[in-house]
Design a protein around this ligand. Structure first.
Ligand code: FES
Ligand code: FE2
Length: 430
């Protein structure tokens, strides 16, 4: 089995994770292990946001790895989550994406369940006219749905299949906690809309992408051409102690905006930058930042599948739903705030055009991931990614953006939680 290979020194030849074996993106055995050791392992998986369960009986379907999960709000307002599979013979229980119900009834033999996932009704339990029915030993209490542990923080609902998951706040870490507070708690969020995008690339390629501010000013020509992002701008990354969660941030000053000549110099010879390009209607790029703290872009990436992002004035929760080795569904929940004026809501809907499958900015990310997946599928076995931008050795916070150090942090944690062995002190490279 190839995943055996992924655990030896040949596959992970550098202790600082500056080399990553390509097989982690293509090997079906590794994908199976991820579902077992990560999504059913000692992590907290993002499920949905509390505002999506506004009343008793509200439900939402979501995904944890390969497992579809139903999240509900029960009569006592508590939140519950369970596998979307009937306890009888396994039928998918809920087919709607979201909705409202007093109880959940399986379409096949009509077993019904409470909003907490308890089995409450079994038609023909006692049979008819003394014949048939379940044996006396059958107890409804033994046949509830497979539930997940649920915890919430700042309106985000997380679930875990693990018997002994870590404390949620410790799992999130201080930077995540403060960013969740900044983006989702200080103002009460509301959902402006959803987008789903199927990207033909492995789910971890997206995790790399959001931890990689290096590509921002190179791949995303729109940002550079119209002064939203510049290689000169200030910013950096902060990691949690386990290195799995990353907060990237960038601040654009007026000096950066006036730096078009410098940028033209940096792009010289690429044919990719035209300092004279102008938008016929620049209203999209002139929406003022409404948080007032100067951050132009902040991307909070929480292991394994959650991203809470502010891009200019766009606020969105991005959720990764892996679909085998070669695909991922990116589910985007666009947010506004209860306190927004109609103008602010209009502006947020306008800037939502930056993000998503045809977003002026993130259009290219989906395509970049497709190209990587295609490229590595064609390689001869045994190759590695090279992650050296920003420096090799210790994995630590930076006050600059051209770096891939946070990607190495992701891989270190991944390697550890997957039990791939080969753990060495950080910074000791071969
Ligand atoms: S499979 Fe659900 S009631 Fe039979
Ligand atoms: Fe990007």
């Amino acid at each position: 089995m190839n995943s055996k290979v992924a655990s030896d020194r040949q596959s992970w030849p550098k202790a600082d994770f500056s080399r990553v074996p390509y097989e982690v993106f293509t090997d079906a055995n590794i994908y199976r292990l991820e579902n077992e050791r990560i999504f059913r392992g000692p992590v907290w998986n993002y499920l949905c946001h509390e505002v999506e369960l506004p009343q008793v009986g509200s439900f939402v379907t979501t995904w944890v790895g390969d497992t579809q999960v139903v999240v509900t709000r029960a009569e006592d307002e508590s939140i519950h989550a369970f596998e979307n599979s009937c306890a009888h013979r396994g039928a998918q229980l809920v087919t709607a994406v979201r909705g409202h119900a007093k109880s959940l009834t399986c379409p096949y033999h009509l077993w019904s369940y409470s909003l907490k996932g308890e089995l409450t009704g079994v038609p023909l339990l006692k049979g008819l006219k003394g014949k048939g029915g379940m044996p006396a030993s059958f107890q409804k209490a033994d046949h509830g749905l497979n539930v997940l542990k649920v915890q919430t923080h700042g309106g985000l609902i997380f679930g875990s299949f693990h018997d002994d998951p870590p404390d949620l706040k410790t799992f999130l870490g201080p930077h995540s906690l403060s960013q969740i507070d900044r983006l989702l708690v200080q103002r009460k969020p509301k959902v402006l809309g959803y987008l789903r995008q199927r990207i033909p690339g492995n789910w971890k390629l997206y995790n790399e992408n959001v931890r990689d501010p290096y590509h921002g000013s190179l791949l995303h020509q729109f940002q550079v051409s119209f002064g939203l992002q510049q290689p000169t701008m200030k910013g950096g990354i902060k990691l949690d102690t386990e290195l799995k969660n990353t907060w990237n941030h960038s601040i654009l000053s007026d000096t950066d905006k006036d730096n078009q000549a410098l940028v033209a110099q940096a792009y010289e010879g690429t044919g990719k930058f035209n300092p004279n390009m102008k938008m016929a209607d620049p209203s999209l790029i002139n929406v003022p930042l409404d948080l007032g703290d100067g951050y132009k872009t902040t991307i909070l990436s929480i292991f394994p599948t959650l991203i809470v992002a502010q891009v200019d004035n766009t606020y969105a929760i991005r959720h990764l739903r892996p679909k085998g080795t070669d695909g991922v569904e990116l589910h985007i929940t666009y947010l506004g705030f209860e306190s927004d004026t109609p103008e602010q809501t209009h502006d947020k809907l306008l800037t939502a055009n930056f993000i998503g499958p045809s977003g002026y900015i993130s259009l290219e990310d989906g395509e970049a991931l497709r190209l990587v997946q295609q490229g590595i599928r064609q390689r001869r076995p045994g190759g590695h990614e090279v992650l050296e931008m920003g420096g090799v050795g210790p994995i630590q916070d930076t006050d600059y953006l051209s770096q891939e150090i946070s990607i190495r942090g992701f891989w270190q944690y991944y390697h550890q939680i997957m039990g791939l062995g080969n753990d060495q002190p950080l910074g000791e490279t071969q």
